[in-house]
Each structure stands twice: as structure tokens, then as C-alpha cells.
Design a protein around this ligand. Structure first.
Ligand SMILES: [Mn+2]
Length: 352
């Protein structure tokens, strides 16, 4: 049996922006811990190789320390590591993958053309991005050498309708003769599916870097006997989690995680920063977003003979004149305008 660890899209060296600096720096560090866990998993599972399907780094030439730490970890992995450069860590002139001192077990597919590297009893195929965008459909006409098991490591999109990132079509995958196609690029994990006899999957990024990469992350362990099968293994890194709730609370169980609490329902304007500070001990990081609507009581102010009433009536008149009241976007905008205005009349800060 052949056993492989399949990962992609670590984006090592990425700044992880939009968070407080101490939180970002902790996460930047945890990216290396995650890579170390992947290497340890390869050892404990007695895997035959690690496949990294692109965007190992966030850019073609990461800092010396990011590159050195990465290759030191991969060099100690104890198994061959195959890397397909992606659209972020493409093969630029100054690409980190051109270094002469890479560990011996690290093999990189530097060419845009598909190459084959034999690995014991199976073959590993691959290709790399030469530029941030590659519009060619890569697998067209490809057929792996038969009689041996073969896998391919590739940063690309299994969707020919968006053709900028090594598009591969299910028809070409089915005709490839590969046992497994290890894809990268899509940061959300896909199920492992079959096209013909070829299994293919996106493992997704092994650790989230923002609230657009939520939930449990990990790698695929791929086992090939007659055919390939893949099972997802979570790596236990901190998770980004979005919770929509009417309650101004973070439930139990998120102490290690980054939580975005989206408040819904009806409420007076909420001081989101103060609430985030109050909830901070409930998670590694808490962000509060106010998506509540003003309570009826406040809306009834419009009928009052007061400055607030006059303001709300004027706002209604503007909305009626604009003619697009009723659609969700303009309703949300009107809601925000009402909140700003009422807060200002109360001498408060804008409720953001
Ligand atoms: Mn990526």
C-alpha cells in the first residue's frame, strides 16, 4: 500500500492582516507549528511522501527566516516532499525554490510542463506556476505511464469556466490514468471525488488565516491499494469561527479560537468594541459585529415632536425620494443612517 499526506495553501510568511498585532504574530507562528504537525503525521503514519499542492509560501521570495524555518522542517520530515509552486509562490526569477541548498528530500516541480519523478514503487507527476496566472488547461492530452501507481501534485482549479489558475477538466482527470490528483488553490476543503478511476481532492488550507477560512482544518491522508481513498485528518490549530446570535455572549468551548460574534435581532445601538473587550476572556480573540435592527420603540420616535423625530422623518423623506426603499442594501444603509443620526443627537460616538 502507498500512503501519502496531502496538503496545500499554507501561505507561510503571510502577514495575517486585519487582527491586532499580537494575535497576528501568534498565528504566523502557529503556521509553522502546523507544518511541523504535518511532518510529524507523515512520520507517525509511516507515509511514503508528503504532497504540497502549491502556495506553501505566501509569495515567491519569502524572507530568509521564513524560508529557512520551512525547509528545516521539511528536511527533517524523513520522507520525500513534493512541491508544486502555486500562483502565490510561483517560479519567479528570484523564487525561493531556485535555492541551491534545499534539503535532499524536497523535490520541486519547477517547470510549467508536467514532469515525472519516480518515488519507490510509484510515480509522482507535477508542474508549477511560472507566473501568477496560467491560463492553459494543463491536463489536456495527459496520460500517466501505466503499469505503476501514479499521483500528480498540482495547484489548479477543477473548473474550466474560471481559466486563470491551471484549469483542469473532470474529463481530462478521468482520462489521466492517475490514481490520485492532489489539488491546491481552493482554501475550503473539498470531498475526495472520482473522475473515472482517478480520485481527486482539495485538502483546503491546514489552518485558517481569517474569518473567510472558518472551521476545522487539516490534511488528507491518501491510501492507494487497488484504488485510492482519502480520509480527512484535522490538525487542531486555532479555528476561526463565526457565531450569529441574538445573545451578547460567546458560548463555552471556544477558548482557543478566534470568534466573530454577529449580533442579530432588535437592539439599541451597541458599542461593539466595549462588548468585544468584555467578552475577550471567552476566546483567544473576539470581534463583535452589530447587525441588529433598531427596536420599534426607537422607530416610533419618528412620530414624536422632537429633534430626533424630525431627523427620522427627514430621513424617511430622503428614502422615499430616492425610490429604492425596499431593497435590502438601501434598508441597511437607512438603518445605519438612523443609528448615526440618533447617536449624534445623543452626543455619542458613531456606533461602529
Ligand atoms: Mn492559496
Amino acid at each position: 500500500m502507498i500512503k501519502l499526506i496531502h496538503t496545500a495553501d499554507l501561505h507561510l510568511g503571510s502577514p495575517i492582516a486585519g487582527l491586532p498585532e499580537d494575535v497576528s504574530s501568534e498565528l504566523r507562528e502557529e503556521l509553522f507549528t502546523t507544518l511541523a504537525k504535518i511532518c510529524e503525521l507523515a512520520e507517525s503514519e509511516r507515509a511514503d511522501a508528503i504532497l504540497i499542492s502549491g502556495d506553501l509560501f505566501d509569495e515567491p521570495s519569502p524572507s530568509r527566516s521564513v524560508a529557512d524555518r520551512t525547509f528545516a522542517l521539511l528536511g527533517r520530515a524523513g520522507v520525500p516532499v513534493f512541491i508544486s509552486p502555486g500562483n502565490h509562490d510561483y517560479m519567479s526569477v528570484h523564487s525561493v525554490y531556485r535555492r541551491q541548498d534545499l534539503p535532499e528530500n524536497v523535490r520541486i516541480f519547477r517547470s510549467e510542463r508536467i514532469e515525472k519523478i519516480p518515488c519507490g514503487e510509484f510515480d509522482v507527476y507535477g508542474a508549477g506556476f511560472a507566473a501568477p496566472v496560467v491560463e492553459r488547461e494543463l491536463l489536456q492530452g495527459f496520460r500517466a505511464e501505466q503499469g505503476r501507481h501514479s499521483v500528480m501534485v498540482l495547484h489548479g482549479e477543477a473548473d474550466v469556466s474560471s481559466a486563470y489558475y491551471h484549469a483542469v477538466s473532470p474529463r481530462d482527470i478521468a482520462a489521466s490514468g492517475l490514481s490520485y490528483l492532489a489539488l491546491g488553490h481552493i482554501h475550503a476543503r473539498s470531498e475526495a471525488v472520482r473522475a473515472g478511476d482517478t480520485l481527486f481532492a482539495y485538502p483546503g488550507c491546514p489552518m485558517g488565516r481569517g474569518f473567510d477560512e472558518t472551521g476545522e482544518k487539516g490534511v488528507y491522508i491518501v491510501e492507494i491499494e487497488e484504488r485510492a481513498r482519502a480520509r480527512f485528518v484535522p490538525l487542531g490549530a486555532r479555528k476561526f469561527v463565526t457565531i450569529e446570535s441574538g445573545e451578547r455572549a460567546v458560548p463555552d468551548g471556544f477558548e482557543r479560537d478566534l470568534v466573530k460574534l454577529v449580533l442579530t435581532g432588535e437592539s439599541e445601538p451597541i458599542d461593539t468594541e466595549a462588548l468585544a473587550r468584555e467578552l475577550a476572556p471567552r476566546a483567544f480573540y473576539v470581534k463583535v459585529v452589530d447587525r441588529t435592527r433598531l427596536p420599534k420603540r426607537v422607530r416610533e420616535l419618528a412620530a414624536e415632536d422632537s429633534l430626533a423625530g424630525a431627523f427620522l422623518r427627514a430621513l424617511d423623506a430622503v428614502r422615499a425620494e430616492s425610490g429604492d426603499s425596499g431593497n435590502a442594501e438601501s434598508e441597511a444603509l437607512a438603518e445605519l443612517a438612523a443609528r448615526y443620526g440618533l447617536a449624534a443627537l445623543d452626543g455619542e460616538e458613531a456606533p461602529l
